[in-house]
Unconditional design. Structure first.
Length: 156
């Protein structure tokens, strides 16, 4: 994998991070027919970078940003044991760096940030058919919890 380091994202990273977001959207279109066909955005990345309850991380090899992810602190539902958890998202690694442990480095960085915020529960969502992503998350300790289901009454 070479020398890859993970650091907090800055506004100077925004152009690359916006491209990563579109990479995520393109990949997820393969798993989700309900996504709009036009250009869409999942995140307000600039706001997230400066938000106190969000840590946006980037993986860097040399001078190139090669991956991203975020941890966002959320209040848990009242019936859960924990009061707050961190939701992980915006997980992206450039195709040429996939399979080399970059995702693991990003998650480890985000886990450390969560520990500093007194968060001990991490959650994320992944498409059921995205076996490659599921395998990557299981490798770092995540376990399947629930399957979301839908019925599109007007699907053709």
């Amino acid at each position: 994998m070479g020398d890859v380091m993970v650091r907090q994202a800055t506004l100077q990273d925004l152009e690359v991070l916006l491209a990563f977001e579109q990479g995520i959207v393109a990949a997820e279109r393969l798993f989700d027919s309900t996504l709009k066909k036009e250009n869409i955005h999942y995140y307000d990345i600039a706001t997230m970078i400066s938000a106190p309850d969000v840590e946006v991380a980037v993986a860097v090899a040399g001078h190139e940003i090669i991956g991203s992810g975020y941890a966002r602190i959320e209040n848990a539902k009242v019936f859960l044991k924990h009061q707050r958890h961190a939701y992980l998202g915006f997980m992206y690694v450039l195709p040429s760096y996939r399979g080399g442990g970059v995702n693991k480095l990003i998650i480890e960085y985000l886990k450390q940030w969560c520990i500093l915020q007194n968060i001990n529960e991490l959650r994320l969502e992944v498409y059921h058919d995205n076996r490659q992503a599921i395998k990557a998350y299981e490798k770092v300790g995540f376990k399947k919890l629930m399957v979301a289901m839908r019925l599109g009454m007007d699907d053709k």
